[in-house]
Design a protein around this ligand. Structure first.
Ligand SMILES: Nc1ncnc2c1ncn2[C@@H]1O[C@H](COP(=O)(O)OP(=O)(O)O)[C@@H](O)[C@H]1O
Ligand SMILES: [Mg+2]
Length: 220
């Protein structure tokens, strides 16, 4: 078994465990709701938000191996708008990172699960910020060409070693001490689930760019 296969089967096992743990926690959440109504207590809000974090983590693990189970309606999505709103979430990291936006064809849409895309774009942009250690630049492009929407997220960060490129997207592959190695898995699964493609170019010490290609949605 190569590293990729090992990590992939680890992903399957984890998703199985996630499922087993999620069920009882979901019922705890239900009873917590009832308790809040009958006996309000300030601690209950903390319990609830911590429980939500745990359930979100389990959701991520589940999505690793069973992307189809993610129930969400498919809708038209303006990815260019979503890019702007996601970048707002990184306000406080912006002082040492120069941001360059090249957003074209913003009237073009894709068709898909909006929350999955929000998360995927968030995960990509988060990695770009994390790759920049002191000062650097992030460039984000969006354009339409021949039936496809293209998105590029490029950073001038630390880069990825050539031999690690093939591990990207495999669950639990991380080089960060606090990393989960699930961010890119979510990105790859979401893009593939929507009939898209993703490719990466990286040079150590120079930076990394992720290129997404997604089928555009046409009304006719
Ligand atoms: N923009 C980037 N620049 C450099 N390395 C990256 C970038 N994006 C991803 N990586 C590498 O891929 C690994 C996996 O990313 P990810 O799945 O998001 O997990 P995490 O961010 O929790 O480590 C990272 O730990 C890092 O080594
Ligand atoms: Mg990440």
């Amino acid at each position: 078994m190569n590293d990729r296969e090992k990590l992939a089967s680890l992903g399957q096992i984890s998703a199985g465990n996630a499922h087993e743990v999620k069920n009882p926690l979901t019922s705890v959440k239900g009873f917590l709701q009832l308790l809040k109504e009958s006996n309000p207590h300030p601690y209950l809000d903390t319990i609830e938000s911590e429980l939500k974090k745990a359930l979100d983590t389990l959701e991520n693990l589940l999505h690793v191996s069973k992307p189809d189970l993610h129930e969400e309606p498919t809708v038209p999505i303006y990815l260019s708008n979503e890019l702007y709103s996601i970048l707002d979430l990184f306000q406080e990291k912006r002082y040492n990172v120069e941001l360059e936006m090249d957003i074209r064809d913003s009237k073009k849409r894709i068709w898909g699960k909006r929350n999955l895309f929000l998360k995927a774009l968030f995960n990509l942009i988060k990695n770009a910020f994390e790759a920049i250690q002191e000062k650097g630049k992030i460039r984000i492009e969006h354009f339409y060409h021949n039936g496809f929407i293209y998105i590029k997220v490029c950073d001038t960060g630390i880069g990825i070693p050539q031999d690690k490129l093939k591990l990207l997207g495999t669950p639990f592959f991380t080089s960060k001490s606090e990393g989960t190695g699930l961010g890119l898995t979510q990105v790859y699964t979401t893009i593939h689930e929507h009939g898209g493609n993703i490719s990466v170019q990286s040079t150590i010490g120079k930076g990394t760019s992720f290129h997404l290609q997604l089928p555009a949605y046409s009304e006719t």
